[in-house]
Design a protein around this ligand. Structure first.
Ligand SMILES: [Zn+2]
Length: 322
């Protein structure tokens, strides 16, 4: 590709990306280090370092799960393409065995852009049918143009709503639990039954306000249902591990859900008074919660702050359902 064509391609890809993905430019990939946290005898969480990813200042990219043992490695999510060698090195420090399966919790590039790297090492990629369709539709889901089109990144095995897909390996039962239209249209929670751990993806977050990606099929109603489902599935000791931020348990979801319901009620009230989106944003309806939401008032792409993005989403979802 000549330079002119290349620039045009980059422009077209950038224009097709949601604002959230454009905000990911400026990621200092060379500065990302992978931290490994052992959460059970054979289950590990990998996450990127702080302060080098403007979209995720608390930790670069999305969290990766690694179940290791004699039956081979089962991975959850694949992080950014650009740091594949670092992720692989971190996995190799845990276990030298074959990487057999990789499931994606949702379509966003901070969770899927590295897929091809692991597929080429032999991993079978799994995800919701909606996630694969979304990847086929979009020119790219990451900030990187050409390599993001690699067909090897696409899930090979797909599933819909319904009973969980179960894996039995390394003495663990892993369940892929589909969640209807929450953070995106193709969300999956991954439960490690014996370890009593559930990786819940991004429909819950404890850095910034909730991000529901309606352009990728997410919905406010689905996110609330996903939270209810999580609380019902989790026991008192179950560790819930979001795609970003700190680990939680089921009681932590209550104030989060109540915050969403509180903002939703307030926005609904303003809509009933005939207020425009601009009026609603100016009313600062998240102010009762701002002190308790770290990163809530930080910029989150073209939509303004994370609070503005959240309120705009709530407004459009409520307007749309009228
Ligand atoms: Zn994410």
């Amino acid at each position: 590709m000549n330079r002119g064509k290349q620039l045009f391609f980059v422009f077209v890809v950038a224009a097709a990306l949601p604002a959230s993905a454009r905000a990911q430019t400026g990621i200092q990939y060379d500065k990302i280090e992978i931290k490994t946290d052992k959460v059970a005898p054979n289950l590990y969480m990998l996450s990127g370092s702080e302060g080098v990813d403007p979209g995720h200042p608390d930790g670069a990219g999305g969290r990766i799960g690694v179940l290791a043992g004699p039956d081979g490695i089962f991975m959850v999510d694949s992080q950014y393409l650009q740091i594949g060698d670092k992720v692989l090195a971190a996995i190799r420090r845990i276990d030298p065995g074959p990487i057999r399966f990789l499931v994606n919790t949702h379509i966003h590039g901070d969770h899927t852009a590295g897929n091809a790297t692991f597929a080429k090492l032999g991993a079978v990629l799994l995800a919701r049918e909606e996630l694969r369709e979304g990847m086929m539709r979009q020119p790219a889901t990451t900030t990187t143009p050409a390599p993001a089109r690699d067909p090897a990144r696409l899930p090979v095995v797909t599933y819909g709503m319904g009973d969980p897909v179960r894996f039995r390996m390394n003495g663990e039962t892993v369940e892929l639990i589909p969640v209807r239209a929450a953070h995106t249209g193709g969300d999956t929670m991954v439960r490690f039954v014996n370890a009593d751990v559930i990786m819940i993806g991004d429909f819950y977050r404890n850095f910034g306000y909730p991000f529901i990606d309606t352009s990728n099929g997410g919905s406010l109603k689905g996110a609330l249902e996903g939270l209810e489902l999580t609380m019902k599935m989790a026991g008192p000791a179950t560790r819930l591990i979001p795609g970003h931020g700190t680990y939680i348990n089921r009681t932590d979801i209550i104030p989060y859900r109540d915050m969403i319901l509180g903002v939703q009620a307030k926005v609904q009230q303003l809509i009933a008074q005939g207020k425009t989106l601009q009026d609603v944003l100016a009313a600062k309806v998240t102010s009762p919660y701002d002190a308790k939401v770290p990163g809530g008032l930080l910029p989150a792409g073209a939509a303004g702050t994370s609070a503005d993005r959240f309120v705009s989403m709530v407004y459009s979802q409520l307007k749309g359902s009228q």
